[in-house]
Design a protein around this ligand. Structure first.
Ligand code: ATP
Length: 238
């Protein structure tokens, strides 16, 4: 039997009143795939991710591992194995790193599993172990982002949606975050990555889509898009 894609969306539409932010897009993340959705500011990338995660009302269909999840609220989507790391990271600044990770494990009742998960996070993100008792609001931008990813991983996702993980980070930290994303992907977790930094995203993704004004205007392998004149001229910067 063929493995269904991790994610398959058709004709997805999101509106904010009069603003038609996402205009009927269709895309797929194969099982175990690393897919990027690139586009300029305001193209509709975050709205797409939030609709897939069930955080925004949307029209169209969303299938997760072959199953329609349209009627499900976001917590149930997380329980099924689909988790969003939002832009801006949204961790609890007044709680410690460890407390944030505990909150991430809300769907894990078994304390043995929790300890194993925590050990895995500390292995992936050694800095988080060093900072376990530190209040999260005092972390650096990179550590903040690592905590946001680690917290999402505590829910055992099989598909991780990432909204601009490179945002506001120094080039060295961006490299570190992407190294971790590759490690997570190598463990078998499928990834849908939203990035304004097209160069970075296309170098890591197996497949990518370009979103412009709420519509997909180009798709192909990361390498194909990197070489495409439209991307080279409009999205790769100097
Ligand atoms: P960015 O990289 O700047 O976050 P984006 O590609 O993620 O951009 P969205 O945040 O999805 O784009 O926004 C798409 C469009 O929807 C924009 O025109 C934006 O102004 C509008 N929009 C987003 N959120 C809201 C909202 N809560 N209310 C009204 N309009 C919104």
């Amino acid at each position: 039997m063929n493995t269904p894609p991790a994610l398959s969306i058709s004709n997805l539409e999101v509106s904010y009143g009069e603003i038609h932010a996402v205009r009927g897009i269709s895309l797929e993340v194969p099982a175990g795939g690393f897919v990027a959705l690139i586009g300029a500011n305001g193209a509709g990338k975050s709205s797409t991710l939030r609709a897939i995660a069930g955080e925004l009302p949307a029209r169209g269909t969303v299938f997760f591992e072959g199953r329609s999840i349209d009627p499900l609220p976001s917590e149930q989507r997380v329980r099924l194995g689909l988790n969003l790391v939002p832009e801006g990271r949204s961790i609890f600044g007044n709680l410690t790193v460890l407390e944030n990770l505990k909150l991430g494990a809300w769907n894990t009742r078994d304390s043995k599993v929790f300890k194993q998960d925590l050990a895995r996070m500390y292995h992936l993100f050694p800095r988080l172990e060093e900072r376990a008792k530190q209040v999260a609001g005092t972390l650096s931008g990179g550590e903040h982002q690592m905590l946001a990813v680690a917290r999402a991983l505590m829910t055992h996702p099989r598909l991780l949606l990432l909204d601009e993980p490179s945002m506001g980070l120094s080039p060295i930290l961006v490299q570190e975050i992407f190294k971790i994303l590759r490690a997570i992907h190598a463990e078998g977790i499928s990834i849908l990555l939203v990035e304004q930094n097209a160069n970075l995203a296309l170098r890591h993704a197996d497949h990518a889509y370009l979103l412009e004004l709420g519509q997909i205007t180009l798709s192909g392998s990361g390498a194909e898009l990197l070489a495409h004149p439209k991307i080279r001229d409009g999205y790769l910067g100097k």
